[in-house]
Design a protein around this ligand. Structure first.
Ligand SMILES: NC(=O)c1ccc[n+]([C@@H]2O[C@H](COP(=O)([O-])OP(=O)(O)OC[C@H]3O[C@@H](n4cnc5c(N)ncnc54)[C@H](OP(=O)(O)O)[C@@H]3O)[C@@H](O)[C@H]2O)c1
Ligand SMILES: *[C@@H]1O[C@H](CO)[C@@H](O)[C@H](O)[C@H]1NC(C)=O
Length: 337
């Protein structure tokens, strides 16, 4: 019978240590100082369309001054007009700058210097400029891999470099990276896109560790399919497998809803920002050693990680079966042709 006592004792010790560890982690999770968008200067790359535009609207509604960065001038001006409708006071300004965030870091630095001379130091930078190309790995041009890395990854590095020094000096600021669920899990058709969105997470984790002592907080957002002009365009050439997998795992969200959550999480200084129940579970499952957002999340991770791993595996298996079915279908239709 002595082994029963031993197992029980070991279990008890493990439980108590886990609890003490959790308390210790909780004590380390100092929450960031409160941050208000009223009168703040918010820069949004990719702010002329989709999620970026909705984030700009949300910040404007909370009293921020906005700088929008994107390439196409007409779309920038249209977005400016739309955002200005939501002014909450008559001092608020929307400033537009046409620039490619992925090409020349000196260019990006120059325009952000201009923006700060006009509207003051940047309080929050949202890196939302991005794009996706889908296709099977061997069908994608190598130029697509280069392009996606340039826009999604380097296009977030350059603006962040131009903003971070002043934020550290002022001991305040928020940096947001808009990644994707495809930046948490690699999926059929997304070999080029997923890699670039995964890169943002590594960047964000390292940067957060460096800037936290300066009261600067980094947020990585992992939205799933969102009905934006970019999504509708990409949907036209999306592989059947990719579309079926996406549709089977999460609903299509509206950009305003996604933007509200991202802005709220960024203000609170949350490291990971996810949308919906599916996003929340994926976030816990793929959290690795990323900073925790709250004690609730710590508890949930400890209790649910194993179960979520199983559910995740169920999804992986169902995605594999979608891929197999599409292949059989294709072979059949080729035979009858
Ligand atoms: N929609 C989704 O389903 C979804 C899901 C997960 C993640 N995301 C991510 O969310 C972000 C926004 O996506 P969205 O669907 O809202 O995109 P969107 O409607 O296509 O808008 C993209 C924005 O980025 C700008 N942009 C693109 N390339 C640029 C460059 N090289 N330099 C400067 N600006 C550039 C575009 O303006 P110009 O073309 O005029 O430059 C536009 O303002 C992206 O990072 C995307 O990967 C989207
Ligand atoms: C995406 O494309 C598919 C097929 O081409 C279509 O059935 C679906 O409605 C499209 N979705 C959106 C949001 O445009």
């Amino acid at each position: 019978m002595s082994w029963v006592v031993l197992v029980a004792a070991a279990g008890g010790v493990a439980l108590i240590s886990a609890f003490l560890m959790l308390l210790y982690i909780a004590s380390l999770m100092a929450s960031p100082k409160p941050f208000s968008l009223s009168g703040a200067h918010v820069v949004v790359t990719g702010g002329s369309s989709g999620i970026g535009k909705s984030i700009a609207v949300e910040c404007f509604k909370q009293g921020a001054f906005i700088t929008l960065l994107a390439r196409n001038e007409n779309r920038l001006l249209e977005a400016k007009k739309e955002i200005e409708k939501y002014a909450v006071n008559d001092k608020q300004v929307v400033h537009c700058i046409s620039v490619d965030v992925s090409k020349d870091s000196a260019d990006v630095e120059r325009v952000l210097k201009q923006a700060q001379e006009k509207l003051g130091p940047i309080d929050m930078l949202v890196n939302s400029a991005g794009m996706s190309v889908t296709g099977k790995f061997e069908d994608l041009d190598t130029s697509s891999f280069e392009k996606l890395m340039a826009v999604n990854y380097l296009g977030s590095v350059y603006p962040t470099r131009a903003a971070i020094t002043t934020m550290k000096e002022r001991r305040m600021g928020r940096i947001v990276f808009v990644s994707s669920q495809a930046g948490q899990v690699g999926l059929f058709g997304y070999s080029a896109y997923s890699a670039a969105k995964f890169a943002l997470r590594g960047l964000a984790e390292a940067l957060q560790m460096e800037v936290k002592p300066y009261n600067v907080y980094v947020t990585v957002a992992y939205p799933s399919d969102t009905e934006t002009p970019g999504f509708i365009e990409e949907n036209k050439t999306k592989l059947l497998e990719t579309r079926l997998i996406s549709e089977s795992s999460s609903p299509l969200y509206q950009p305003d809803y996604v933007a509200r959550i991202i802005v709220k999480d960024a203000i609170q200084g949350k490291f990971s920002s996810s949308i919906g129940t599916d996003g929340h579970m994926l976030n816990i499952l793929t959290s690795g050693m990323s900073p925790m957002n709250s004690l609730g999340e710590a508890l949930e991770t400890v209790i649910c990680m194993g179960l979520f791993r199983l559910i995740g595996q169920y999804y992986t298996a169902s995605f594999d079966s979608i891929v197999r079915r599409c292949m059989i279908q294709k072979e059949k239709s080729e035979k009858t042709d």
